[in-house]
Design a protein around this ligand. Structure first.
Ligand code: UDP
Length: 262
């Protein structure tokens, strides 16, 4: 793992690498402040909320891997990332769940009247999520909304509509890797917006899926709760986490050996 000093990031940030994937060691208030600055100034910003599944996917899918590596802010979402950091002796970094970062950003958007867009999920889910967010944060100005089941042919019309609506932040809920590929594909035309891939968050905001109870969240077992509730996720998640942790361990051991050999 390397420590990278990157002056384009918020000054209080440290950027580290796990298996060659950057992760920003940043607290929630710092992340909100960093992103808000981009939103307020209508600057492009791609926020990634990284977890072991994304890193392992990014190792296989070079296009996804490069997109993840080039994001402007990469926060440690998955518990596996936090465990990996512990392997490297970094102990006091809390998880920064994407869904919580998004809610904090929505609160800011409501207070400051920033324009927001919602893209993704089934139409009824997306509508319900918008309604619930509007009642929770009455000040939010949703200037664009679109479900996530469109064809390639529809994409250019959707992009034109986003350009017309000019949201300052676009929440993209298409799942991984679709959302990251979408953001990357359109980042030049949508360079006025911050974009964050939020996976299944609309389903939670629409109350179609329950977020894990506090007990599971406190012990970093949100993934276990989701797997119990949606057993189809087991195949997707289960082999990934142990394989990821073994790879990180082996990488750490090889680094130690290299140091000794020097
Ligand atoms: N989704 C979508 N379009 C697609 C595929 C998926 O809008 O073509 C949505 C899906 O309805 C769900 C979200 O993307 O709301 C993905 O949720 P998932 O729980 O798989 O994401 P995760 O949080 O695990 O990344």
């Amino acid at each position: 793992m390397k420590l990278i000093v990157d002056n384009t990031l918020a000054p209080q940030q440290n950027r580290l690498e796990i298996l060659n994937f950057p992760v920003d060691l940043i607290k929630m208030d710092e992340a909100v402040c960093f992103v808000e600055n981009k939103i307020a100034n209508r600057k492009f910003c791609h926020v990634v909320t990284i977890n072991p599944e994304m890193i392992m996917n990014g190792r296989k899918n070079i296009e996804l891997g490069n997109i993840l590596k080039q994001a402007d802010l990469i926060v440690p979402d998955g518990i596996g990332v936090i465990i990996a950091l512990k392997y490297y002796g970094i102990k006091n970094i809390p998880r920064l769940p994407g869904i919580e970062l998004s809610l904090n950003l929505l609160k800011k958007c409501s207070e400051k009247k920033y324009k927001i867009g919602f893209l993704g999920a089934q139409k009824d889910v997306m509508e319900e999520a918008c309604n619930n967010i509007k009642s929770k944060y009455p000040g939010v100005e949703i200037v664009f909304k679109q479900d996530g089941y469109f064809t390639e042919k529809d994409e250019s019309v959707i992009i034109e509509e986003i350009i017309k609506a000019q949201p300052q932040i676009l929440f993209v809920a298409l799942g991984v890797p679709k959302q990251e590929l979408f953001i990357n594909r359109h980042k030049n035309l949508l360079s006025f917006a911050t974009m964050i891939g939020v996976g299944g968050s609309f389903d939670v905001w629409a109350e179609k899926v329950k977020r894990a109870p506090v007990f599971f969240r406190k012990f970093g077992l949100e993934w276990l709760y989701r797997t119990i509730k949606q057993p189809a996720r087991f195949k997707r998640i289960f082999p990934v986490l142990p394989v990821f942790l073994i790879k990180v361990l082996l990488h750490k051991l090889s680094m130690r050996k290299d140091k000794k050999d020097d």
